[in-house]
Write a protein that binds this ligand. Sequence first.
Ligand code: GLN
Length: 202
Amino acid sequence: MWTKRATKLDKLKTSVKIAMVGKYTGLSDSYLSVIKALLHASVAMERKLVVEWVPSCDLEDSSAKETPEAHKKAWKLLKGADGVLVPGGFGDRGVQGKILAAKYARENNVPYLGICLGMQIAVIEFARSVMKLRGANSTEFDPATTSPCVIFMPEGSKTQMGATMRLGSRRTYFHVSGCKSAKLYANASSVDERHRHRYEVP
Ligand SMILES: NC(=O)CC[C@H](N)C(=O)O
């Protein structure tokens, strides 16, 4: 099976370009599992995977003035991609750039996959642009936001940082059978997913 797979991989000609919009673009190891999953998916779809690393900070408006060449390059890479992937992350550096990437993908019908923080980013972007909640944010980045659309998990305690991360496998039940999320999992009644986060969409 693996030989067949490897041979298939070597023969792929048509490429699929994925823009990976993140913070640790100088350190591809931190996204290793994401890259491996993309590679498996692209082989299954008979496409040769091309990953374009886009530093999210370079997409921001401030970069247009401070580092115009990097800004131009980042937008060129994003616009040349078949799909946009925003992986997980912590801290607010580069968040604005990720929001711009999510907005670009949504407005131009480019497939967008948001993992962990990437999904939270898509929610913030939708709340700001579509629901017109201009100040929408995660309380991770703005604890005083008037429109909190990503919040500290209710079961977590703010004063006890060390042990507040939801980590590892957790069973999630679908309350509405046949809903869109359940359909993605072949109408299962529950899914076991791996977690690594402190905040969630309420
Ligand atoms: N794994 C992640 O991307 C974490 C997302 C976010 N910083 C949180 O703690 O919820």
